[in-house]
Design a protein around this ligand. Structure first.
Ligand SMILES: Cc1cc2nc3c(=O)[nH]c(=O)nc-3n(C[C@H](O)[C@H](O)[C@H](O)COP(=O)(O)O)c2cc1C
Ligand SMILES: C=C(O[C@@H]1CC(C(=O)O)=C[C@@H](OP(=O)(O)O)[C@H]1O)C(=O)O
Length: 397
């Protein structure tokens, strides 16, 4: 079972992650990690910080001669911005009297709830760990699981369908062909756009909306579409609440900063339709084998993978640091004041898509390992192929 933790403050020396449970024999090159980190830094509407950082992971353990060795993998991503923060974020010298306390919480961020929970009189420590800077470590960790899955024909990708008022009007025509080629083709196509959109009209509208929000001192959220292709049927289980695949995927996506809604396939649209227009009819035999001709269930039935692409939709709220202030109060005086602006992104939905890809990778990898087991790549490949072959023998295809 793959488990991982991250550590690190946004303006501290570094972010780090320890990833445990990755099988031995997963082939890795540095680009498997660093390309994902670079993708996460992209996107129209990001703030000044992304010009400072060029994220790269140092691998401290668990990899030998370009392959995992089954032992924990420790990753470190240095914060270039640290050099500007050695006083306000000093670890052992006490600069509390020189550094101005931050006492005005931003509505929508973790500021108020965080200071109260941890008993601070300065919001800085909350800002620093609640920051989505942490997602760099999660993307590095997830990239390892992604590489493992890729070597088994399972790919993860995403694109953005909505940014603020700019939304695609229909499913993009290119989507099916991209999914047929594997979800990483979808991600590569989306990456060509500054907002990771497939529909050029929606892209133009999104860029204009971000420009407008920036001019207004405002921010935008949006909707991320995540796809996982090549997933064999039967990962997850209906027998116990904590083995349900949809539940584990939703929890992973919801753990991303500012994600407030998750659906599997078009779940909220489906809720408004009769069953006859929602459920995917079943077919077997012949050259096509076991199949459905539609995928309205988003690739999951009975909390198990159906063998179709898994489709997850995630709603990101608008960024909570606004140049045009909202009403807040000063924690020190309780005086009503305007909220404080902290350097910020205007829109980070494209980056959130890359993060979403990363966080679902360990979930799928664990469901696969639970189903077929195995501690090294050759063993896992053999077992997965035997499982796929058994399905072909029984149902055709
Ligand atoms: C990739 C990414 C970048 C973000 N950038 C910012 C930002 O620049 N400023 C900001 O206020 N919030 C930003 N957020 C959102 C905050 O991290 C998030 O709203 C905050 O942690 C409160 O979390 P919660 O409401 O989801 O619990 C970003 C989120 C993501 C996923
Ligand atoms: C640093 C990243 O995102 C940050 C996420 C973030 C927040 O509040 O979540 C606030 C901003 O931090 P800063 O004030 O340092 O610019 C973003 O830049 C990153 O994605 O690497």
């Amino acid at each position: 079972m793959i488990r991982y933790f991250t550590a690190g403050e946004s303006h501290g020396p570094a972010l780090s992650a320890i990833v445990e449970g990755l099988p031995a024999g997963v082939a890795l090159v540095e680009a498997d990690i660093n390309d994902q980190l670079a993708r996460r830094q992209q996107g129209y509407g990001r703030g000044g910080r992304m010009k400072i950082e060029t994220d790269r992971a140092e691998v401290l353990s668990g990899v030998r001669f370009g392959k995992t060795i089954g032992s924990p993998i420790a990753l470190v991503i240095r914060n270039r911005d640290w050099e500007n923060w050695t006083t306000p974020m000093a670890q052992f010298e006490d600069h509390a009297t020189e550094v101005q306390k931050i006492t005005i919480p931003r509505p929508g961020h973790a500021d108020l709830t965080g200071v109260i929970k941890y008993g601070f009189d300065d919001i800085r420590p909350v800002i620093d760990r609640s920051s989505a800077r942490e997602t760099a470590a999660r993307v590095a960790a997830g990239s390892l699981a992604k590489a493992f899955l890729r070597q088994l024909g399972i790919q993860i990708g995403s694109y953005i369908s909505t940014i603020g008022p700019a939304a695609e009007s229909a499913t993009p025509a290119s989507l099916q062909a991209l999914l047929d080629a594997g979800a990483e083709s979808l991600a590569a196509e989306a990456d060509k756009s500054q907002v990771r959109m497939l529909d050029p009209e929606a892209e133009t509208a999104a860029i204009a909306a971000i420009d407008q929000a920036k001019a207004d001192g405002d921010t935008l959220g949006g909707i991320v579409e995540i796809y996982i292709t090549g997933v064999p049927m039967g990962l997850g289980s209906y027998v116990q609440h904590d083995r349900r695949l949809d539940s584990a995927l939703a929890a992973a996506i919801m753990s991303i900063q500012a994600i407030k809604g998750v659906e599997i396939g078009p779940a909220f649209d489906n809720a408004r339709k009769p069953g006859s227009q929602v459920h995917d009819e079943l077919f077997a035999g012949g050259e096509k084998g076991l199949r459905r001709e539609t995928n309205r269930a988003g690739g999951i039935e009975g909390s198990m993978s159906s063998g179709q692409p898994i489709h997850i939709r995630a709603a990101m709220k608008p960024i909570s640091s606004l140049v045009s202030p909202l009403r807040s109060f000063d924690l020190a005086t309780l005086e009503a004041v305007q909220s404080r602006f902290e350097r910020s992104d205007t829109c980070a939905v494209p980056a959130a898509g890359v993060v979403a890809e990363a966080v679902v990778a360990p979930v799928i990898a664990n469901a696969l390992l639970e189903k077929i087991g195995g501690d090294h790549m050759a063993e896992i490949k053999e077992r997965l192929e035997a499982y796929r072959e058994a399905l072909r023998m029984r149902f055709g295809g």
